[in-house]
Design a protein around this ligand. Structure first.
Ligand code: CDP
Length: 205
């Protein structure tokens, strides 16, 4: 039986951490769909056209160690606005969402476009300042020299591009549960997500 949890929201809102915790708690498979766009962005930076890169994407592309940089994040958000790139990645994501045993996917358009029939939809947010601070600490731990101000500007620029694009813009599904993690630590955010999922599972029977 399939059971899909869709987790959407802006950059560095905590989607990845919540998704991993949910996957571990329920034994679901997890797909970080941002990695697909990051891998296409990476290949574009290496000289390919985004459309060709999206069509040629392989599992090894997702294992590249250099996908979490700010440069790749910006490239990801640029290629993600191209309809042909998004179209090339739809079937893989839909099949993943409906796999037997349950799946959690995090991204920007999972509850709206990829899996509008998902059993649970969460839209995870936090203030831009809180998100930028989290991302700043992550990047600094990996040796980045970006300042807090640069990371904040980067996050805001990407959010604006992701929300304003015509193709599958970032927005909450009408039936998404909204989750503001500005004042929640990760344990509290994860516990809240798990409670929503358990309630939905018992309602489904
Ligand atoms: O980790 P972070 O939240 O900063 O970003 P990400 O989830 O890795 O996504 C990187 C970029 O990919 C986003 O800024 C979006 O432009 C794009 N993306 C998208 O358009 N649709 C998705 N389902 C996931 C990511």
């Amino acid at each position: 039986m399939s059971f899909t949890v869709a987790i959407d929201g802006p950059a560095a809102a905590g989607k990845g951490t919540i998704s991993k915790g949910v996957a571990a708690r329920f034994g679901f498979a997890h797909l970080d769909t941002g990695l697909l766009y990051r891998a296409v962005g990476r290949r574009m930076l290496d000289g390919e056209t985004p459309e060709a890169a999206a069509l040629a994407l392989t599992a090894e592309d997702l294992d590249r160690p250099d996908l979490r940089t700010a440069e790749v994040a910006q490239a990801a958000s640029k290629v993600a606005a191209i309809p042909a790139v998004r179209a090339a990645l739809v079937d893989f994501q839909r099949a993943f969402a409906r796999r037997a045993g349950g799946a959690v996917l995090d991204g920007r358009d999972i509850g709206t476009v990829i899996c509008p029939e998902a059993e649970v939809k969460l839209f995870v947010t936090a203030s831009a300042e809180v998100r930028a601070e989290r991302r700043y600490l992550e990047l600094a731990a990996k040796g980045s020299r970006m300042t807090r101000e640069e990371v904040l500007a980067d996050v805001k620029e990407r959010d604006a591009r992701d929300a304003e694009r015509a193709a599958a813009p970032m927005k909450p599904a009408k039936d998404a549960v909204m989750f503001d993690t500005s004042a929640l630590d990760i344990d509290a955010a994860l516990a809240a997500a798990i409670a929503v999922i358990e309630a939905r599972m018992s309602a489904k029977g």
